[in-house]
Design a protein around this ligand. Structure first.
Ligand code: PLP
Ligand code: CA
Length: 293
């Protein structure tokens, strides 16, 4: 692992870099946009990748939107996208269930779900008196602003049956800290909470788990050796890339800082070494001048 500053590459190195991949996996929040604000020149870089004949996939751990909703967001922010090149954790969780025998049984009637929104155990009914729905075959933890103690009771009670599948969309801890306020992206903390009371570990859909890469390889025959993963977070984006044998490019517009990378370079920890990207650049937009050469 090297963590090469993109600025130090010669024209020849840049050419070699660009020829070394034909698939680009890009994280979304922190690389392309911050919430609803596109990052400067990021859309132009994606357009240029497309012009150069690279296949671009948007790979996000955000579980709050469907693929269609991400396509709409991309359109609003000027990123070219179709449903096929979006990989989001809500879709992955559905695919995962579809692959399981239990879901195949249910396929004819569709996979129904309960518990989304400000759900609670009925008012005035003690927590230990809720009736389990015998049709529940899986508990999926995604981002949930309505996470509550009653939901913990329900989730852990269903999960007490070892035949009930336990799935987490992603485990991101937080958004970049702004104004000293920590905003949990939620799912990581919620997953740990349910894992703790259910006394079981969830199967995680999103980055850095390999499931997302398996889906890409199965759906699109992506070749890991010719794939570039771009991300702003070490323990999801970069770790996925390291684990799957992708080339990795860290942008410094999100979570992980150059100080973090320099610390891991000095560290003896094998885990921390996996967080070190092949390359880093200040922002995705800064890549534009190299692509236009
Ligand atoms: N989870 C939630 C709920 C989010 O809102 C976000 C970012 O907006 C994420 C996860 C991380 O998304 P990404 O993988 O695109 O950085
Ligand atoms: Ca991100």
């Amino acid at each position: 692992m090297a963590a090469i500053d993109f600025k130090t590459l010669s024209d020849e190195d840049v050419k070699e870099f660009l020829n070394s991949f034909d698939t680009v996996l890009t994280d979304c929040d922190g690389v392309l946009w911050m919430n609803m604000n596109p990052l400067p020149n990021a859309a132009k870089v994606i357009d240029t990748f497309n012009c150069l004949g690279k296949r671009v996939f948007y790979v996000t751990n955000n579980s709050t939107k469907t693929r269609e909703e991400f396509v709409m967001k991309c359109q609003v922010l000027n990123f070219k996208a179709t449903k096929e090149n979006i990989l989001c954790t809500a879709n992955l969780a559905a695919c995962y269930l579809q692959d399981l025998a239990i879901a195949k049984e249910l396929q004819e009637v569709g996979i129904s779900h309960i518990g989304v929104g400000p759900d609670a155990i009925k008012k005035n009914v003690p927590y230990n008196k809720f009736d389990k729905d015998p049709d529940v075959g899986a508990v999926i933890v995604g981002f949930d602003e309505h996470f509550s103690y009653p939901k913990m009771v329900k989730a852990a009670s269903y999960l007490n049956d070892s035949n009930v599948h336990f799935i987490a969309t992603n485990t991101d801890e937080r958004f970049p800290v702004d104004n000293n306020v920590v905003i949990p992206t939620g799912t990581g903390s919620l997953v740990r909470c349910i894992e703790s009371c259910a006394e079981r570990k969830a199967v995680v859909m999103g980055k850095p788990e390999r499931y997302i890469a398996d889906v890409l390889m199965k759906r699109f025959q992506v070749n890991p050796e010719r794939t570039l993963m771009i991300g702003d977070r070490h323990n999801t984006d970069i770790l996925l890339g390291t684990r799957c044998g992708f080339k990795t490019l860290l942008v410094l517009t999100g979570i992980t800082t150059l100080e973090d990378v320099n610390r891991w370079k000095q560290s003896g920890s094998a885990q921390e070494k996996e967080y070190i990207p092949n390359y880093y650049i200040e922002s995705l937009g800064d890549l534009l001048s190299y692509l236009e050469k």
